[in-house]
Design a protein around this ligand. Structure first.
Ligand code: HEC
Length: 433
C-alpha cells in the first residue's frame, strides 16, 4: 500500500519540492532514502556492469559513488540510455530484458530533489563475492586464444576474428557457456559461433589451435562460409551479459572435431593493452534430447532479399529478407545484426493464416549494444510461416556512425565492419520443449 501511494505521489513530488524548496517542509510526502529506495534499483539494474572490472567505466557500488555521478545518472536513466537495452519492450519483451520502470526513473529524480538522504543501514550496495561467484563457477572445458592479442594504443576501434580449431576424445553435451573477457578495459563486445567440421582434424594432441584470421586471405575468409547445417550455436557477450545456460535436455553437443569463430571488438585505447579471452564450457550430465539449431536469415545465411544489396552514397534504404519455415519450430533466442549504417531493425513471422507474430524491433539501432534476445517461453512458429527481417540503412552524411566521409558505395554482404550486413540469427528446437 505504501508503495502504491508512492507511485501516485512521485509524479507530483518533483513539482512540490520545487515549489517549497525545503524538502522537510513538504508535509505528507515521503522522503526517499538511498538504502530503502535507491540502492535496490542500482543493485538490480546497474552493478552487473558498474563494478570494479565490470566493463562500465566507473563503479556504482555505494552511496558516495552514486551521489558523485548523480547528475549523469538522472540524465541517462531518463533518456533510457542506461541500462542499455535496445529492443522495443512494447513490441516484445524478453527473458533477459533490462530496463527501469517509469516509477523507478522518477524515484531517482525525486531522491535527488529531496537532497539525497542516506537512510538507515549499510551504504554499500554490492557484495563483491556475489559478482565473483559467477566467474568462478566450475567448468569442464575451456577454449582459449593461444596467445594474447596486442591491442595497439592508437585510439581506434579494432575488430578481430580468431578461429579456434579443437579436437576432443569424444563429443560432449553442453549445459552452460560463458565468455570470459581477458582484459575488460578493452574487450567491448564479442560474438561466438560453434561449428562442426566434416573432416576430422588432428591437432597432435594439442586440444585446440587458435588462429588470428586475416580477412584479406581467401583461405581464412572461406572459414566464414562453413555450411549452415554445420552451424551449431552462437552467442554474444557485452559487459554485463550472463553465462548461457540451457534447460535440461536442451542444447547442443560440442563435437569431437570442431571450429569456434570468435569475433572481438576492442574499444579504443591510448596505451597498448593485451587481451587473452576464452570460453568456458560446462558439460551436461544427461544427453541432449532436443537439439538447439541455428539459422542465419540474411547476410552470410539464407533467405530472399527483396532489393539489391547495394547502398549508394547518400541513400537511405530499407530492405527485407524473408525465409519460409517449412515445419514447426520453437524459438529460443534471436540475434539481429547490422553494422554502422543500420538505423532500424524489425523481425516478424507471418503465419499461414496471416497472423503477424512480432519477434524483435529496434527503433534506434546501435552497433555497440547487440544482444541475443531470449524469449520468455519457447515461441512456436508454425510450419508454412515466413520470417521477415527488415533493416533500414542510412548512408548519408547525417548518420553520425557513417565511417565514410563523404559516403561511399556500400554493399550488404561483407564480414568487414566497413561492409554492411542485414542478418537475423534464430535459435530453435524442432520438438516442443
Ligand atoms: C550492460 C552493462 C551496463 C549496465 C547494466 C549499465 N551500464 Fe551504465 N554504462 C555501461 C558502459 C559500458 C558505459 C560506457 C559506455 C557508454 O557511455 O556508452 C556506461 C556508461 C554509463 C554512464 C555515463 C554515461 C556518459 O554519457 O558518460 C552512466 C551515468 C551510467 N552508465 C549509469 C548507469 C546506471 C544508472 C545504470 C543502471 C540503471 C547502468 N548504467 C547500467 C554499461 C552498463
Amino acid at each position: 500500500m505504501k508503495r502504491l501511494l508512492l507511485v501516485l505521489v512521485s509524479a507530483i513530488t518533483v513539482f512540490l519540492i520545487f515549489k517549497s524548496s525545503a524538502p522537510d517542509g513538504t508535509k505528507g510526502v515521503k522522503i526517499l532514502t538511498f538504502t530503502e529506495d535507491i540502492a535496490p534499483i542500482i543493485r538490480q539494474n546497474c552493478i552487473t556492469c558498474h563494478h570494479e572490472g565490470g566493463g562500465a567505466p566507473f563503479p556504482l557500488t555505494n552511496y558516495r559513488e552514486v551521489v558523485k555521478r548523480l547528475r549523469f545518472i538522472k540524465e541517462v536513466t531518463q533518456t533510457r540510455y542506461m541500462p542499455p537495452w535496445k529492443a522495443d519492450p512494447h513490441y516484445r519483451s524478453f527473458a533477459n530484458e533490462r530496463g527501469l520502470t517509469e516509477k523507478e526513473i522518477n524515484l531517482i529524480q525525486t531522491w535527488s530533489e529531496q537532497g539525497t538522504q542516506k537512510g538507515e543501514g549499510d551504504l554499500s550496495i554490492i557484495d563483491p563475492a556475489e559478482v565473483k561467484a559467477k566467474l568462478t563457477a566450475v567448468y569442464d572445458d575451456e577454449l582459449s586464444m593461444s596467445k594474447p592479442h596486442i591491442v595497439p594504443g592508437d585510439n581506434s576501434d579494432l575488430f578481430v576474428f580468431y578461429g579456434i580449431f579443437f579436437e576432443r576424445s569424444e563429443s560432449h553435451p553442453i549445459e552452460a557457456i560463458e565468455f570470459i573477457p581477458g582484459n575488460r578495459k578493452v574487450v567491448h563486445h564479442a560474438n561466438i559461433s560453434f561449428y562442426s567440421l566434416n573432416k576430422s582434424i588432428d591437432l597432435g594432441g594439442k586440444g585446440a589451435l587458435s588462429v588470428l584470421l586475416d580477412l584479406d586471405n581467401p583461405k581464412h575468409v572461406a572459414l566464414f562460409n562453413i555450411p549452415q547445417q554445420n552451424h551449431l550455436y552462437a552467442t554474444g557477450w557485452v559487459p554485463g551479459a550472463s553465462p548461457m545456460q540451457f534447460p535440461e535436455g536442451i542444447g547442443f553437443d560440442l563435437p569431437k572435431n570442431g571450429f569456434l569463430l570468435l569475433g572481438i571488438h576492442y574499444a579504443p585505447t591510448a596505451i597498448e593493452e593485451e587481451d587473452l579471452s576464452s570460453i568456458k564450457i560446462r558439460y551436461a550430465k544427461k544427453p541432449i534430447r532436443n537439439k538447439i539449431q541455428a539459422i542465419t536469415i540474411g547476410s552470410s545465411g539464407i533467405g530472399e532479399f527483396d532489393k539489391s544489396l547495394d547502398i549508394a552514397p547518400n541513400e537511405i534504404k530499407t530492405l527485407t529478407v524473408s525465409l519460409n519455415i517449412p515445419r514447426d519450430i520453437y524459438l529460443f533466442s534471436a540475434n539481429p545484426h547490422m553494422h554502422l549504417l543500420g538505423r532500424k531493425f524489425e523481425a516478424k513471422a507471418i503465419s499461414p493464416n496471416g497472423e503477424s507474430i512480432p519477434l524483435v524491433r529496434i527503433k534506434d539501432w546501435d552497433f555497440n549494444w547487440q544482444e541475443f534476445y531470449q524469449f520468455k517461453e519457447p515461441l512456436k512458429i508454425e510450419a508454412g510461416s515466413t520470417i521477415h527481417a527488415t533493416g533500414t540503412f542510412d548512408n548519408t552524411e547525417d548518420n553520425p556512425f557513417n565511417p565514410n566521409y563523404p559516403p561511399i558505395p556500400v554493399t550488404i554482404d561483407g564480414m568487414k565492419t566497413e561492409d554492411e550486413m542485414l542478418a537475423f540469427m534464430i535459435f530453435f528446437t524442432l520438438e516442443k520443449p
